[in-house]
Ligand binder design. Structure first.
Ligand SMILES: Cc1ncc(COP(=O)(O)O)c(C=O)c1O
Length: 435
């Protein structure tokens, strides 16, 4: 049965949405053709749409849920809080102190932390702090890296990386952000040499996210950090996706390379809006209200920053994760098995498929050319990346599985049966997928 036949309610909602919301969606990734299904409920590993269709979900709220949708510990704590204490004070609260202490305890490079309401804001602030600390302007980011759509970082996000990402970015800003090649030390080195002591910082997702869920090589990160420090620049890790997900202390803990600043979000908010900048205290101190103009970094607005609900939900999740570090291993093993099964399904169906990933994160690539997938550039050059969020996403949704970029994140709510269901849906989808 075609996608549209079982999604009449979603179609009506999409038509209404398009009249009042440009394109019908507020986050571009939520659209796929012919129209997205509208979600009415989510629990554990599943979503249900307004027409009653169920999906095994690997998007997990933009990878924010590590215990699945509607995690009962969070739901109970938050509903008790709202019933008994309110929900938005706009003032300091005990919950923010507890979450800050937890972050400093578990993230290896975090001596201090400051919260805001999104990863986008946090990345923007991290860059501002680095510029202030070094007194320099140039920011390097990875080709295929995504840090939210702040003005400084809206460059080289999607294939082709050399085409402007957005109108409305001043030319002067375009000139102070430049791009580096992920996992390619020689080319990265060339860019660092070109800018030398004008570089304020490089911001890197150590597990590049939308660019392919590709982990950075440990040696690459080590050399990168050394070289940046040699020229007096800072290293920022964007661990909005990988933080608390690939291990409790993030990817930095896995590879033992510690950045000057780390941008955090997603899992940290326990399913509620959050962003954070953590790192060296002397850098973060530049944002203290105790410093006066012009000797301070303006960072510390946000109507909902440190709201008690996000702080509480985040603390509940971080404490559960701290109590059960073994779950990272379990999730990684399950994800590796899923990746193997998907690659094998591709082989059986005569479709060249490769997967990438780290911990509970995975992505499927439909190969156009032979070779290794070790950077977002490889994804653009060697794969049919366009089908992932068009035909593939629809064909999988028709079969009861929801993936974005042909991948996603496992949670502790996913079962072996969910994964088998997914592999069967994938095989069936490959019968119809045209590359
Ligand atoms: C690596 C990374 N950094 C930053 C962001 C922006 O975070 P937010 O969507 O919370 O603004 C995202 C969001 O997907 C992300 O994946």
């Amino acid at each position: 049965m075609r996608y549209e036949d079982k999604r009449v309610g979603s179609k009506t909602l999409f038509e209404r949405a398009k009249r009042v919301i440009p394109g019908g969606v507020c986050h571009n990734l939520r659209f796929f053709p012919p129209y997205p299904f509208f979600v009415s409920r989510a629990e554990g590993a599943y979503l249900w749409d307004v027409d009653g269709n169920r999906y095994v979900d690997f998007w997990m709220g933009h990878y924010a849920h590590i215990f699945g949708h509607g995690f009962s510990d969070v739901a109970k704590s938050v509903s008790d809080f709202i019933t008994n204490r309110g929900y938005h004070f706009g003032l300091v609260n005990p919950e923010e102190v507890e979450l800050a202490e937890l972050v400093v305890e578990v993230v290896p490079s975090a001596e201090a932390v400051k919260f805001c309401s999104s990863g986008t804001e946090a990345a923007m602030y991290a860059v501002r702090l680095a510029r202030a600390y070094t007194g320099r302007d140039v920011v390097l980011k990875v080709r295929g890296g995504w840090h939210g759509a702040s003005t400084d970082l809206s460059k080289g996000i999607s294939c082709p990386f050399d085409v402007d990402e957005s109108m409305g970015i001043p030319r002067s800003v375009q000139g102070t952000t430049d791009l580096i090649y992920f996992n390619d030390w020689e080319k990265t080195c060339e860019v660092i040499d070109r800018y030398g002591d004008s570089i304020a910082c490089a911001i890197v997702e150590p597990v590049v996210g939308v660019g392919g869920f590709i982990p950075a090589e440990k040696e690459y990160l080590k050399k990168f950090k050394e070289k940046l420090h040699e020229v007096g620049a800072l290293l920022i890790f964007d661990e909005v996706i990988s933080g608390f997900r690939v291990s409790l202390g993030g990817y930095q803990e896995k590879v033992e390379v510690y950045p000057d600043l780390t941008v955090l979000g997603k899992v940290l908010g326990g399913g509620f809006p959050i962003g954070a900048v953590a790192g060296r205290k002397e850098i973060l101190e530049l944002s203290s209200y105790e410093r006066s103009k012009p000797e301070r970094v303006l960072m510390g607005g946000g109507t909902f920053s440190c709201n008690p609900i996000s702080m509480l939900a985040g603390a509940v999740v971080l404490k559960r994760l701290s109590e059960d570090r073994e779950l990272y291993h379990t999730l990684e093993v399950m994800t590796l098995r899923l990746r193997e099964a998907l690659e094998q399904a591709g082989e059986e169906m005569g479709v060249p498929v490769k997967t990438t990933g780290c911990g509970s994160l995975f992505m499927v690539h439909f190969m156009k050319k032979e070779g290794r997938i070790n950077s977002p550039d490889d994804v653009c050059e060697k794969t049919y990346w366009q089908v992932r969020d068009t035909d593939f996403r629809r064909l999988m949704a028709e079969r009861g599985v929801h993936m974005i970029h042909a991948g996603g994140a496992l949670s502790t709510a996913h079962t072996e049966a969910d994964l088998e269901f997914t592999v069967e849906a994938f095989k069936d989808c490959l019968r119809e997928l045209r590359l």
